[in-house]
Write a protein that binds this ligand. Structure first.
Ligand SMILES: [Zn+2]
Length: 376
C-alpha cells in the first residue's frame, strides 16, 4: 500500500508492466527516466537543480530582446523643425515646454539634434503639423522616423542615434536564477497546496482558482505567515473577488494591523514594506508613495496560483512589487502573464517579476480545468 502511494508520486512507475519491459538495460532506462522526472526530490537541499530538471518553465520577457540590427529598430513618425540660428534654441525649448507638445512618448529621445552649427528640434508625434511660434528663419516642420524606445545596449544606441539622438538606458539583463533542490521542494509544496485547495473549492459554487503567498524560502522572516485565498466572485457576488486580488487584500489587511514602518524597530515582528530601494528599476518611484497601500505589499515574495492571473490581477501584482509568479494552467485568451498579454514586459512598466509555468504532471500536479474565457 505504502509502496503504491510512493510509486504514484513518482509519476506513474506503478503502471509499468513487467511483460513490456524487455532487457534489464531497458528496465534500468525506464527507472532512470522516471527518476529524472523529480530529481529535485532526492538528495541535498542545497544542490543546484539543472535548468532542464526544473519542474517549471520560465516565461521569458520579450523586453529582453534588444534591437541590435538596423532593420530591427522600431521607429515612429515625429515632427521636427530646423533652427537655422543656434541663438533661438533656448527660445524654442521654452516655447515647446509651454505649448504642451512635450509628450511623455518622447522622453527617451534628446530634444535637440546638432549637426555642426545647425540644430533641429524634435516637436512631437501629433498627426498634423503643430503651429510654430514666430521665430526668424524657422522652416516649416517636417516628419522623420525616430526610435520608439531608448537604447538598452551600446550597439543599439549607435544604431538608434542614426535616426535621432536617443537616451541610453541599459537594463539589467535577465539571468535565470539558480534553484536549489530545497527551493524547488518549497515551490512544489506551495503549488500542491493551491491545487488541493482548488480541487476542494470546485465542489462548491466558486471557481476553482486559488492563490497562495508562502513564507519565502530564503527569507522566511519577511512574511510572518503564509497567505492563501480562493476566487469568491460567485459566492460574494462581487466581480473583483479574484483569488489573486483576494490574497493581496489579505496581506494588506494583515500589514495594516502591524506596527507602522516608522514605528518599527528591532522588536518589530517583521521588516514590513521596506521595499527594495537598491533596485535601479524602482528609482522612478517617488519616495512619498504610501507604502501601506497596494504598493510594495509583496516585495520579495512569490505567488503561486492555479491559473495564470488575468490582466487586472497581473496589474495588481505589478503594483504589489511581487518577485515571482508561478501558475499551473496558462490562460492564453485572458492571461496577463504571457497569455493574452504580458504586463511585466510592457515598456512603461518600471517593475518586473519572474513568471514561471509549472510543467503539467511534474511533482504529481495536474491542471484544473477552467473555461478558457474566464478571467482568472
Ligand atoms: Zn484576475
Amino acid at each position: 500500500m505504502i509502496d503504491e502511494e510512493i510509486d504514484q508520486s513518482w509519476g506513474g512507475l506503478s503502471v509499468i508492466d513487467d511483460d513490456k519491459v524487455g532487457t534489464e538495460d531497458d528496465r534500468r532506462n525506464v527507472t532512470e527516466d522516471n527518476a529524472d522526472l523529480d530529481v529535485w526530490n532526492l538528495g541535498n537541499p542545497d544542490d543546484i537543480v539543472a535548468e532542464e530538471d526544473l519542474p517549471f518553465t520560465r516565461v521569458k520577457l520579450s523586453l529582453d530582446e534588444e534591437e541590435e540590427e538596423i532593420d530591427a529598430v522600431r521607429t515612429m513618425q515625429a515632427w521636427v523643425v530646423d533652427i537655422p540660428d543656434p541663438k533661438y534654441i533656448a527660445t524654442m525649448l521654452k516655447w515647446l515646454k509651454q505649448s504642451g507638445l512635450d509628450s511623455a512618448s518622447l522622453v527617451h529621445l534628446k530634444r535637440i539634434r546638432r549637426q555642426g552649427n545647425f540644430a533641429t528640434l524634435l516637436i512631437g508625434t501629433s498627426p498634423t503639423p503643430p503651429p510654430l511660434p514666430d521665430v526668424v528663419g524657422l522652416s516649416a516642420p517636417y516628419q522623420i522616423s525616430v526610435p520608439c524606445t531608448p537604447a538598452l545596449t551600446l550597439t543599439s544606441l549607435e544604431l538608434k542615434n542614426t535616426f535621432w539622438p536617443t537616451v541610453y538606458a541599459p537594463r539589467r539583463k535577465w539571468e535565470p536564477e539558480n534553484w536549489t533542490k530545497g527551493k524547488v521542494r518549497w515551490a512544489h509544496s506551495a503549488m500542491k497546496l493551491v491545487q488541493e485547495s482548488a480541487k476542494s473549492t470546485s465542489k462548491g459554487d466558486d471557481l476553482p482558482i486559488v492563490a497562495r503567498v508562502p513564507q519565502p524560502y530564503e527569507d522566511p522572516g519577511s512574511l510572518s505567515q503564509p497567505f492563501v485565498a480562493n476566487d469568491s466572485r460567485i459566492s460574494t457576488r462581487h466581480p473583483l473577488r479574484h483569488a489573486v486580488l483576494n490574497v493581496i487584500r489579505q496581506v494588506a489587511d494583515y500589514r495594516a494591523l502591524q506596527p507602522s514602518e516608522s514605528a518599527s524597530n528591532d522588536n518589530s515582528p517583521m521588516p514590513i514594506l521596506t521595499g527594495d530601494t537598491s533596485s535601479s528599476e524602482d528609482e522612478q518611484i517617488p519616495t512619498d508613495v504610501p507604502r501601506n497601500g497596494a504598493h510594495y505589499l509583496l516585495t520579495g515574495q512569490t505567488l503561486f496560483t492555479t491559473h495564470e492571473p488575468c490582466v487586472m490581477c497581473s496589474m495588481a501584482l505589478l503594483h504589489s512589487r511581487v518577485k515571482e509568479v508561478f501558475y499551473l494552467v496558462p490562460m492564453p485568451l485572458t492571461g496577463g502573464c504571457g497569455g493574452l498579454t504580458c504586463l511585466p514586459a510592457l515598456k512603461p512598466v518600471n517593475h518586473r517579476f519572474t513568471i514561471a509555468q509549472w510543467k503539467a504532471g511534474k511533482g504529481d500536479l495536474s491542471p484544473i480545468t477552467l473555461d478558457e474565457n474566464t478571467d482568472a
